[in-house]
Design a protein around this ligand. Structure first.
Ligand code: FAD
Length: 403
């Protein structure tokens, strides 16, 4: 028989599951950003969530400290770090504020990265320094009311005229819609070409004809504004087209590959918070004269949470390390997002269950984990689309000798 209380884990840090593969530099980034987040972002997180306040100051703080546009070359205002370093920042932010994490992720992986990878020298000089400093915020406008999972069906039109294009259409569910300064808008120059007509444009807030719906009321990540973006005959000069005509669809898919690694990291951050909160509570909360962590029903839940977090971290970090290889590694990005997002939802539920009635109360901030986790299974490709991506790869390309 085990001696009484031998189950009690050592006091102090939450077990650092999944972190063994980080090198010294990556660990240093992780430590530094977690300290910054604890000091500057955590204190206002609950207030921003309950008040649905867009956390622009957080983006400014992150920009000042060099955490925006991290993969961008310093010549354009970035830092020139690895993709994994940026992924660790998303995770650290999501541990305390998943709404800021998604704004950060869209700004970096879907907007800055687009300009960094596809922009001309002039476009990079014009937009990247402000975006990397947090002085301007970027958004990504692909989805439409009738074109979500099937983005190739988008209907926003780009009609060529002298010196530029006229854009008309409506973009649905846009993160930072109305708050962002720059919008990466995907529109078709010829609907008969289907996905091969889709072209990307950078549209500046304030352009005549550009307007926004009100913030949409939603379940979680409430501080992150989500709005419709309306383009009514908006003139976009030629030098604000990103890449060539018809290159937008593959560009969007490439960017979403990285975005999915970021959403996986958002899920990992939520899982980490769920485990940390649950462990602390299991040690402190007494029922039947003992800490609830003495009960096997609670222990098994905690053990599963730690095991899943370990796996989700390894998958996410591995995916980040392969980001540069692009579409060839698409199933890896999809697997990381699928696993981390579905487990984030499950762990948020587990944390609420461990907290009992208190977990259901807003004051304890645990119910928020579930509200914030759910969206990770939906945006940047739903879980069904992730399974589709993975299965298509297995059925078409997978080498059966190497399973
Ligand atoms: C809070 C929030 C923020 C967002 N931010 C942005 C943003 O910044 N920019 C942007 O462009 N978009 C954004 N989106 C849009 C998001 O990416 C889409 O909501 C998502 O891709 C799903 O599209 P949909 O909502 O139209 O669902 P649909 O595509 O209509 O799907 C409905 C259901 O059908 C399933 N389904 C669809 N096709 C298939 C299939 N082939 N096989 C199996 N199942 C299928 C889906 O998985 C889902 O369960 C955001 C959405 C939300 C809610």
């Amino acid at each position: 028989m085990l001696p009484r209380k031998s189950w009690i884990p050592p006091r102090g840090e939450v077990p650092l599951v999944g972190l063994s593969i980080l090198n010294e530099e990556e660990n240093a980034v992780r430590d530094a950003v977690r300290a910054l987040v604890a000091r500057e972002i955590a204190p206002k997180s609950q207030e921003y969530d309950l008040g649905e306040i867009y956390p622009r100051p957080n983006l400014e703080i992150l920009g000042k400290q060099g955490y925006l546009g991290m993969i961008v070359d310093p010549a354009f205002g970035g830092v020139g770090t690895s993709y994994l370093a940026q992924t660790l920042v998303v995770e650290a932010i999501a541990e305390v504020d998943p709404a800021t994490a998604v704004i950060y992720e869209v700004h970096n992986s879907l907007h800055i990265e687009a300009i960094w990878r596809y922009g001309t020298e002039d476009q990079k000089r014009r937009w990247l320094p402000d975006l990397c400093a947090g002085q301007r915020i970027g958004a990504f406008a692909l989805s439409e009311a009738e074109a979500g999972s099937n983005a190739a069906a988008l209907r926003t039109r780009a009609v060529k005229e002298d010196g530029g294009y006229r854009l008309t259409g409506r973009k649905m569910f846009i993160t930072s819609g109305g708050e962002a300064d720059l919008y990466l808008v995907f529109a078709t120059v010829d609907p008969s070409l289907k996905s091969r007509g889709i072209t990307a444009f950078v549209v500046e807030n304030g352009a005549p004809g550009l307007s926004f719906g009100p913030p949409m009321d939603k379940m979680g990540i409430r501080a992150s504004r989500t709005s419709e973006v309306v383009l009514d005959d908006v003139f976009v000069p030629d030098d604000q087209r990103l890449g060539g005509e018809g290159e937008g669809y593959n560009m969007a898919l490439f960017l979403l590959d990285g975005g999915r690694v970021g959403i996986a990291a958002q899920g990992v951050g939520i899982m980490s918070a769920a485990l940390a909160r649950s462990l602390q509570y299991a040690r402190e909360r007494h029922q039947f004269g003992k800490p609830i962590g003495t009960f096997e029903g609670v222990q098994w839940r905690l053990a599963n949470m730690a095991t899943d977090l370990h796996a989700a971290r390894l998958m996410t970090y591995e995916a980040a390390r392969h980001r540069e290889e692009g579409p060839a590694q698409r199933p890896l990005f999809a697997m990381a997002k699928l696993f981390a997002s579905e487990h984030a939802v499950r762990h948020a539920e587990d944390a609420i269950q461990i907290f009992g009635g208190y977990g259901y109360m807003t004051e304890f901030g645990v119910e928020r984990l579930l509200r914030d986790a759910k969206i990770t299974e939906i945006y940047e490709g739903t879980s069904e689309i992730m399974r589709w991506v993975i299965a298509s790869h297995l059925l078409k390309d997978y080498d059966l000798d190497n399973i």
